[in-house]
Structures are given as C-alpha cells and as structure tokens.
Ligand binder design. Structure first.
Ligand SMILES: NC(=O)C1=CN([C@@H]2O[C@H](COP(=O)(O)OP(=O)(O)OC[C@H]3O[C@@H](n4cnc5c(N)ncnc54)[C@H](OP(=O)(O)O)[C@@H]3O)[C@@H](O)[C@H]2O)C=CC1
Ligand SMILES: O=C1O[C@H](COP(=O)(O)O)[C@@H](O)[C@H](O)[C@H]1O
Length: 476
C-alpha cells in the first residue's frame, strides 16, 4: 500500500492508527507492506519515529504495546518524492523494483489537485496495471468542473472497479446501523415517508478548529469539506429506497437516485435557504480559542465558511414536501453528529400535550452511538398528563464485548479485500457536485461575508432563524 500524503494529518491521525489496529488483530495480509510518500526529507527510521509518536497518541493505552508496534513498524517504509513531478515516478518505480507483480493499493491522502497528476504519472511509469487499486479521499475536486476532470483523468488510467472513493462517514458503525435499522426492521418502513414525517435534521457539529490544516481548509470551507460528501451521504442513507441486495451496485444505485432527486437551490433560494458562518474567538470547554482568521495559513480577510446550514427537499414520491435541514460547523459548543427524524403529531388529539411532543427518532453517530425513540407516556398519578420519555439503545453497551472499530479500519480492510459497497461511485460524486455547485456560485455572485459566530456557540443566529421561521427548531 503506497500512501501519498504520508506525513499529513489524515495519514498520521487516522490511517496509521487504523492500520495499527488491523495489524494488532491480525486482519492484514501477512505480506502487506506500507510505503508512505511525501516531499518532507525523511528516511524510513525517521518516518517510523514520527508514525510511532502519532500512533501512541491515537491508540488507546492498553492497545499500544512495544512488541506490536515493532512488528507493525517492520511493515512501514518512507520514500521522499514530489508527486507533482513526473520524473519522480521513475525513481519510485526503481525503488519498488522492476517486474514486481505484487498487488498494489495507491492511497491518495493528498489535496485533490494531485489526484489527476499522480494517476497520470503512475501510468507513465508503468505502475498502474490491472492488479492495482486507487483510493481517493474526499473532497474529490473543488467544483463540478474539477470533479469531472478528475474522474476523466482517473478513468484514463484505472477502470471504475479499481477506484475506491472514500467517505469515512460510511465506515462509521452507526451509519451502517442506519441501514440495519431501516431495512432489517419491519417497524419503521411504513412510516418512513412524507405522510408521517414532518422533517429530518442532519447535524455534524465539531469543537475542533482547522488546526494545522488552514492551507487546505481555507480553499475548501465547510461546504466542500463536509456537506458535499459526508452530510449528503448521510442524507442518502436516510432517504434511499431499499436496495434489492446489500452489494455495491444495488446500494449505490439507490443512493445516486436520492442525489439526483435533490431539489436544486439557486438564485433567491440560496439567499433564503442557506446560511454560511465563520467562527470568531470564543471559549470551548473553558479554553479560549482564536478566531478562524488567526488560524495558521488562513488569509486574515478570508471569507471561507466554517459553518453551513441549509434546507433541501428530496423531490420524489416518498419525500415530497419534507424539509431536510443540514448543518455542519467547526468550533461549535459540542462535538455531536446526529440525525433526527421528526414525526408528525397524531391526527386527533385525545390528550393535552400530545401535539407538542410528536414522536422523534434520534440517531446519534458520535460521540456516543445511540438510537433513541421519543414516545409519550402517562405521568404517574392522577389525571391523564403526558410526558415525553425515551426508548434508548446505546450501541456501545449493547455490544460491550466487541471493540468499536474506527471508520478507517473497516474501509481500509474493504479496500484490501476489494469490496466497494461503502465507497462512492463516480456518478454519486458527480450528482453531489451538480447539486452543490449552484450554491457555491450563488454565494459568490451575491457576495456576502459568512455570518460571524463565536467559537463555543451553536452557530450563527441565522441558522436558528432558518427553522424558527417555519415553526421548528434544531434539536439540541
Ligand atoms: N485530516 C482529516 O481528518 C481528513 C482529511 N481528508 C482528506 O485527506 C486529504 C489530505 O488531508 P490532510 O492529511 O488533512 O492534509 P495535510 O495538508 O495534512 O497533508 C497533505 C499531505 O500531502 C503531502 N503533499 C503535499 N504536496 C505534495 C507533493 N507535491 N508531493 C508529495 N506529497 C505532497 C504533504 O506532505 P509534504 O508537504 O511533506 O509533501 C502531506 O503529507 C484531503 O483531501 C482531505 O480532504 C479526509 C477526511 C479526514
Ligand atoms: O472529512 C473530514 O472529517 C473530519 C470530521 O470527521 P469525524 O470522523 O471526526 O467526524 C473533519 O474534522 C475534517 O475537517 C474533514 O476533512
């Protein structure tokens, strides 16, 4: 496995710890070797020391032992090269050894601008044969046009069956549980539609800022970094029809139909139904944190959004008229990713209070993995007063004997085993960009600075008004 971007945040914080866990549980092929690549001048020993520091910090103390680390580190090497330079790939081919027939995975943990050049350079150097796979990290491109250009460039070198477009949210246990909840339980399907559902909320709130990733993030913003991929994938899983089989083509066929059914937002809708924000200084967990424009490598007059909230509809038979509210942001009050399915109230009111507390299904993805259903029950004692109570399923305690896998563990193993079910197909990526692009254009055209919100808050006021104007509120 060759990891381009081997010194980057993603590799050090997520990929290597995930590979370490898989190694520790003996799930990796015995002869798998990992070659990290980046420009930083390091030798393999220097890289292993860097990798050890990060894995030690990321892996739970009880799971990190010197013996396991040494056997894992024996798989690891480093090769310094500039992946933008074609000639460097000749050197790489030499390093790998001519005629080597090993199966290879190229993991592109780099900015998307490098995807097309890396694929082309691999081909020129004779490194892109039939026994290779390529993994592309999101966001794939910066706009619809650049995404299409990447797809075309990758397609010239690799067959679609060799391409794994990763969205790590699909590797999260609770996200896969969403499919189990919907399609393995008969209970929800009859009411999973506009006739019974008032609206859906999908929130991915982070307390982290952009850390050392200002250079990348300031070019991307919350829309490209999170909404175009992670939140739209969650929306697909909530809204899709039942696939005929649980396999890559059937699941992805259903997801792409949802993306194609998203009601376009353009012109005045962009103004009225979307909110962009950017954090100013504030406090999170008692710590003072700086404003976005003080982060490293961020332009001090940046108008990049670190928060986005919007309303969208899925224009099809099942969901006509049901608003889906999506929001994501950095430096918010709490880390919490969740999906809220708000049901409609009962049609005929027998009891006071029944209308204000219609049933609500909460699917919490993180930090806890929980599914809870809010029901109304009678308050003990005289009279018929009702109160909301929760039917609560905590997935960590329900499966307490199994270690919870990190998303990247599952996905890396799927790449190694060649299972693309939890990866995005090219038409999904394209459909997502087709919907997102007019919003980005709209923001640019009606040039409006992102609304400021203090770090540690719940986002800009306008995001709350978006729902309040329709008599609804975000679930806190
Ligand atoms: N960080 C995260 O949590 C997540 C990131 N991603 C995605 O992963 C990708 C990488 O993100 P992240 O790790 O945060 O970014 P970083 O900026 O931290 O890392 C970029 C990596 O690319 C290398 N690189 C840059 N230019 C070249 C070049 N010309 N030749 C060779 N290597 C190069 C850098 O090393 P050097 O400068 O030494 O060359 C570094 O290793 C992005 O597309 C991001 O969206 C996806 C999900 C989560
Ligand atoms: O893809 C990304 O995801 C992380 C959030 O991932 P999570 O698993 O911690 O929820 C986000 O911080 C990062 O900006 C983005 O690139």
């Amino acid at each position: 496995m060759l990891v381009f971007g081997g010194t980057g945040d993603l590799t050090l914080h997520k990929l290597l710890p995930a590979l370490y866990h898989l190694h520790r549980e003996q799930r990796l092929p015995a002869d798998l070797r990992i070659l990290a690549l980046a420009r930083k001048p390091l030798d393999s020993d220097g890289y292993r020391a860097l990798a050890e520091r990060h894995c030690r910090a990321q892996v739970a103390r009880g799971d990190f032992t010197a013996d396991t680390w040494h056997s894992f580190a024996a798989r690891l090497d480093y090769f310094a090269m500039d992946a933008a330079q074609s000639a460097e790939f000749g050197r790489l081919a030499q390093h790998l050894g001519k005629g080597c027939s090993r199966a290879r995975i190229y993991y592109l943990a780099t900015a998307p601008q490098l995807f097309a050049p890396i694929a082309a350079h691999l081909a020129i150097a004779g490194l892109a044969g039939a026994n290779t796979r390529i993994v592309l990290e999101k966001p794939i491109g910066h706009s619809l046009a650049s995404a299409l250009a990447i797809t075309q460039a990758i397609g010239k070198v690799f067959d679609e069956s060799q391409v794994f477009r990763i969205d790590h949210y699909l590797g999260k246990e609770t996200v896969q549980n969403l499919m189990a909840l919907r399609f393995a339980n008969a209970l929800f399907e009859p009411v999973w539609r506009g006739a019974h559902i008032d609206h859906v909320q999908i929130s991915v709130c982070e307390t982290l800022g952009v850390e050392n990733r200002g250079g990348y993030y300031d070019q991307a913003g919350a829309m490209r970094d999170m909404l175009q991929n992670h939140l739209l994938q969650l929306l697909c899983l909530v809204a899709m029809e039942a696939p005929v089989r649980f396999d890559a083509e059937a699941v992805r066929n259903e997801k792409v139909k949802v993306l194609q059914a998203l009601k376009p937002l353009a012109g005045l809708d962009v103004r009225d139904l979307t909110v962009r924000g950017q954090y100013t200084s504030g406090h999170i967990g008692g710590q003072e944190v700086p404003a976005y424009y003080f982060e490293k490598n961020v332009d001090n007059d940046s108008d990049t959004e670190t928060f986005v909230a919007l309303q969208v509809e899925v224009d099809n038979w099942r969901w006509a008229g049901v608003p889906f509210y999506l929001r994501t942001g950095k430096r918010l009050q709490r880390k919490c990713s969740e999906i809220v399915i708000q049901f409609k109230p009962v049609p005929h009111r027998l009891f006071p209070g029944a209308a204000e507390h219609a049933n609500r299904l909460l699917i919490r993805l993180q930090p806890e993995e929980r599914i809870s259903l809010q029901l109304l029950a009678k308050t003990p004692g005289k009279g018929m007063t009702l109160e909301p109570v929760e039917l609560d399923l905590n997935l960590a305690t329900a499966f307490s004997r199994q270690r919870r896998w990190e998303a990247y563990e599952r996905l890396l193993l799927d790449v190694i085993e060649g299972d693309p079910t939890l990866f995005m197909r090219k038409d999904e990526v394209e459909a997502a960009w087709r919907w997102v692009n007019p919003i980005l254009d709209g923001w640019r055209e009606c040039y409006q600075k992102p609304r400021p919100y203090p770090a540690g808050s719940t986002g800009p006021e306008q995001a709350h008004s978006l729902l309040e104007l329709q008599g609804r509120r975000w679930h806190d």
